[in-house]
Each structure stands twice: as structure tokens, then as C-alpha cells.
Design a protein around this ligand. Sequence first.
Ligand SMILES: [Zn+2]
Length: 74
Amino acid sequence: MVHQTTHFFNLGYGWLCKHCSSETAERKQQHRHNHASKPQPPPLARWVDQSHSGLICPRCGIQENFYSPLNTLT
Ligand SMILES: [Zn+2]
């Protein structure tokens, strides 16, 4: 069971980009005195295709392929 990869980690209900997650945490510290606006969590990563061979972050656009079934024989 994979819980994290190079660029993404598993929240249990979806995958989140590590880079955007860390940016959100930094923003939260900088605006901790602002009670009016709640920090928005970064959007969950999307699968690049229906075979779930990779993930892409809709926010920063980073992409990572987990495996390539067609290339396992090479
Ligand atoms: Zn991202």
C-alpha cells in the first residue's frame, strides 16, 4: 500500500501535492491573525487517466507517474 510518493501523499480520501500542501501551511502561519478568512486547503490531485497510472496537481501542475504497465517488460 502506497501512502506517499515523491510529489504526493495519501490523505485517505485522496492525494495531495506535497508542494502545495507546504505552501498552504506557510500561508496559514503568515495570516494567523486574520480571523476573517479561513485558509483554503489545496485541491486534491487528479488521476492522469482512468488506469490510475499517475497523478497531476491541478494547482501547480506537477505530475508523477506511479507505474507504466506497458513498460514493465523493458
Ligand atoms: Zn501542487
